[in-house]
Design a protein around this ligand. Structure first.
Ligand code: DAH
Length: 346
């Protein structure tokens, strides 16, 4: 078995003269790779005489070390030369001037919410911000939805891990709806009042074109003596006519929500087919656009208000859904995608 140490030395010399990192790596592998010269020679030691091994093995060790040091040194030299080149390089910043300046604007959902807040402030409604992280009590129990009540299935809830919390504020969750504002408002104010609450809500949803885990809601509460379903019909028409035009027809239909009695779904006649029936309204001619009702006496009592003296209406809807209908957007996920090409259209 012939072991050609001269050839190995020759390649080590080549490493010293290499000009690029790729060259160095290729030569290094030629020696040290699995089937490289040094590796092959080392394997051959098992088939040569003991005397030859005694002579060659130490030389191989030495060549291995030489390969490592030559590779390290040349790599460093090449890198330093590259850095010198970088120092000499001049950056051309003039291209920045050529990029068209982009003007920022409000998100379409924010624009819509501002518009609606102005609309209702004309009727005397004032804004109130309720917490995003709230207690199970405010989000559910005081709204007539006790623990283990089957109605809880209407809201897929994200609870907070409180195991490391040093205080005990009660069971915490990410609010599933802006209805959590109702009891905060009732406890903080004396009736009569007209309030609105707008903001983020969160649910443990299966995401698709119509469901997001993070979305907004808009809530109205109006409490006074003699408030009734007529007021609800009026407010619903006022709102939907402002958003979709004065010829939209509006109807209330019975719907169950635990915190209102009677509860109502607020329907607008389908803005796409005008009642004839189409894909968007599942051929019914109507779109359900909000949930509402007369505030349940239990909820009024929980807020410290006497249901024998006062009555109230509550009303809630999803601004994202309205914006989608208004502009014909088919996938709710686009709204929070941060995709500027999409957002620049509005
Ligand atoms: N909170 C309800 C939901 O998340 C919407 C709603 C329904 C709000 C009826 C109300 C109401 O104020 O009266 O689906």
């Amino acid at each position: 078995m012939d072991i050609d140490l001269n050839q190995i030395e020759e390649i080590i010399n080549q490493i010293g003269q290499a000009q690029t990192l790729e060259e160095v790596d290729a030569l290094y592998l030629k020696l040290m790779g699995k089937s490289g010269y040094i590796a092959t020679a080392t394997r051959s030691l098992s088939v040569i005489s003991k005397d030859q091994v005694k002579e060659i093995a130490p030389k191989l060790t030495q060549l291995r070390q030489l390969t490592e040091t030559a590779t390290k040194k040349t790599r460093l030299e090449i890198k330093e030369k590259e850095y010198e080149k970088l120092d000499l390089e001049q950056l051309d910043l003039t291209t920045f001037e050529k990029i068209k300046q982009r003007k920022g604007h409000l998100h379409p959902v924010t624009q819509f919410e501002i518009e609606i807040a102005e609309l209702f402030s004309k009727l005397g409604f004032q804004q109130f911000d309720a917490p995003h992280i709230d207690t199970d009590e405010n989000n559910f129990e005081l709204l007539n939805i006790p623990d283990n009540h089957p109605a809880r299935d209407l809201w897929d809830t994200l609870y907070i891990d409180q195991s490391k919390l040093k205080v005990s504020p009660g069971k915490l969750l990410l609010r599933t709806h802006t209805s959590n504002s109702q009891v905060h408002i009732m406890k903080g104010l004396k009736p009569p009042f007209r309030m609105m609450s707008i903001g983020r809500c969160f649910r443990y949803e299966n995401l698709d074109a119509r469901h997001e885990h993070t979305f907004d809601q808009f809530e109205l509460i109006y409490i006074d003596k003699g408030v009734n379903m007529g007021n609800l019909q009026y407010l619903s028409e006022y709102f939907l006519k402002a958003v979709f035009g004065s010829d939209i027809k509006v109807r209330l239909k019975p719907k169950y929500y635990p915190f209102v009695e009677p509860g109502a779904g607020v329907d607008g006649q389908c803005i796409f087919c005008h009642g004839a029936g189409c894909k968007v309204c599942s051929n019914s001619g109507w779109l359900e656009l909000a949930g509402a009702g007369m505030i349940h006496p239990n909820v009024l009592r929980n807020g410290g208000i006497d249901p024998k003296k006062y009555s109230g209406i509550a009303w809630g809807f999803g601004p994202e859904r309205m914006v989608m209908l208004k502009y014909g957007i088919e996938d709710i996920r686009l709204l929070k995608s941060g995709n500027l090409k999409f957002l620049e259209r509005y």
